[in-house]
Design a protein around this ligand. Structure first.
Ligand code: ATP
Length: 455
């Protein structure tokens, strides 16, 4: 390598001398605005390009600039209180910045500026590092290889995540989170109640229904609620085929859960409000009976009693139940008492109003998965804080809140795959209805199996 080159003209000369013999045209080299810096101390090479103002390429300076320009500083008499950077730490995935925010500002003020921050960090500048160069082929196509790398860097979107725990944390990720990850059987945790809920940049995130019994799923239409519910249902069936049973209530007409209707694990299936009421009444009755047996035998809950069966009540478009006071009361009762008896609720809605997700329900369902929503008010109803309204409009992109909170991409499952996976569990329900243990009880789409979970 030649001596350090620290100006664009030096670089052009260098590239011209080096590659002219390889047939590279002068204009091609001139179009490259790169600066190559070699450091002899570390034996590493870093290649940087600054495409406009000199603070570009430095995220730390950019963030401070954006804070100042977007009015986050606070005037106190003659003093200007600023957001103070306390720490900066590099990780494989990017960088985490830690700030103390000035008096008079709230985390929400910073969330408001998330788009401005992201846009600012994605100004057209690039920074190429040694690890990028390792992927470059040093052959006669070097110029087009560098161009390819450059355009990849220019189109790559940096994404950020903000959180607050007394200090403002901003994570700036090098690579955007994947937009599509297909579900497959490798993700199953067989013989457990853990199901894959999504991926953040570093790990697979599982929801353990034996730890967090219920789950609220919310999000605007078309961002992945039904798909993740289908992933959850098929995962539970494949992981615990002999222990899991379901009541599937699909108030959007039945399309989301139709392919599970004849699975042996699905003991109730309803698509109308009156069917929902019948199912919920039945579940409440059975839950009480089961819980009484557990307590009468001196146990606290289903786990302590060593009972392996669990029943999941899955409701798509729970907001449609709001008009029925009776439905909402029963549902609230199941959410409150179900955890002890092994009756778990997955509650999905695209209208997360205070009525659809009441305080009682929220208090008993701390785990939430939230796709993009149209307002910070809706986000606060689901997550107790803003943020979901700032999610990028990407199908499957959501915030999963459990013990901690992170932005995830939920898995995508194809209907064809569900059909082939569910096949071994499909039964002829009409035949089953004639058997001694099972009896049809209500409307045409509701099948109630009378076998108790303790028999
Ligand atoms: N995790 C995902 N990754 C990629 N694409 C997805 C994902 N989830 C959903 N999609 C796409 O978005 C479409 C809509 O998803 P889905 O039916 O789950 O939305 P929804 O939130 O249930 O909408 P609605 O409330 O109107 O029923 C799917 O058909 C699929 O194409």
């Amino acid at each position: 390598m030649e001596s350090a080159l620290n100006s664009t003209s030096n670089l052009e000369g260098y590239l011209l001398r080096k590659f002219k013999r390889g047939g590279v045209r002068e204009e091609e080299v001139n179009s490259m605005i790169f600066e190559v810096v070699s450091t002899t101390i570390f034996g590493a090479i870093s290649l940087k390009a600054y495409l406009s103002k000199n603070w570009e390429g430095n995220d730390s300076k950019k963030i401070n600039k954006i804070f100042a320009l977007s009015g986050l500083n606070v005037k106190d008499g003659k003093q200007t209180l600023t957001t103070q950077q306390l720490r900066k730490k590099d990780y494989d995935w990017g960088t985490e910045y830690c700030y103390r925010i000035p008096l008079g500002r709230s985390f929400e003020d910073y969330l408001e500026k998330q788009s401005a921050l992201e846009a600012g960090l994605n100004t057209r500048s690039i920074k190429l590092q040694f690890k990028d160069l390792k992927s470059l082929k040093l052959d006669r196509d070097i110029i087009s290889n560098i161009k390819g790398l450059r355009s990849k860097k220019l189109t790559g979107n940096k994404e950020i995540e903000m959180s607050y725990d007394g200090l403002l944390k901003i994570k700036v990720y090098n690579e955007p989170l994947s937009k599509k990850i297909l579900w497959n059987k490798e993700f199953l945790k067989v013989d457990t109640w853990k199901v894959l809920i999504g991926f953040n940049r570093t790990e697979c995130i599982y929801h353990d229904f034996d730890k967090r019994k219920h789950l609220i799923i919310a999000g605007a239409t078309g961002y992945g609620k039904s798909v993740i519910m289908k992933c959850i249902i098929i995962s539970l069936i494949l992981s615990k085929p002999d222990d899991v049973t379901f009541s599937l209530i699909d108030l959007k007409g039945g399309s989301a859960f139709a392919r599970f209707k004849n699975a042996k694990q699905v003991i109730n299936f309803g698509i109308e409000n009156y069917e929902a009421l019948e199912i919920l009444k039945d579940i409440q009755k059975k839950m009480k009976e089961d819980y009484k047996k557990i307590v009468d035998n001196g146990f606290e809950d289903v786990v302590e009693a060593g009972i392996s069966k669990r029943h999941f009540v899955v409701i798509d478009e729970a907001a449609d139940l709001v008009d029925s006071k009776e439905c909402m009361e029963i549902l609230t009762d199941i959410v409150r008492k179900g955890r002890g008896a092994g009756y778990y609720v997955i509650y999905a809605t695209q209208y997360p109003s205070a009525e659809a997700i009441s305080m009682q329900i929220k208090r008993n369902i701390p785990a939430r998965l939230c796709f993009v929503l149209d307002s910070s008010t809706a986000s606060k109803t689901v997550l107790d804080q803003g943020g979901a309204e700032k999610l990028p409009e990407i199908e499957g992109r959501g915030i999963y809140k459990n013990v901690s909170q992170s932005i995830i991409q939920t898995p995508l499952i194809k209907n064809d795959d569900i059909d082939s996976l569910i096949k071994p569990y499909i039964v002829d329900k009409k035949e089953a209805l004639n058997s001694e243990t099972v009896k049809r009880q209500t409307g045409k789409d509701t099948v109630i199996f009378e076998k108790t979970r303790f028999s």
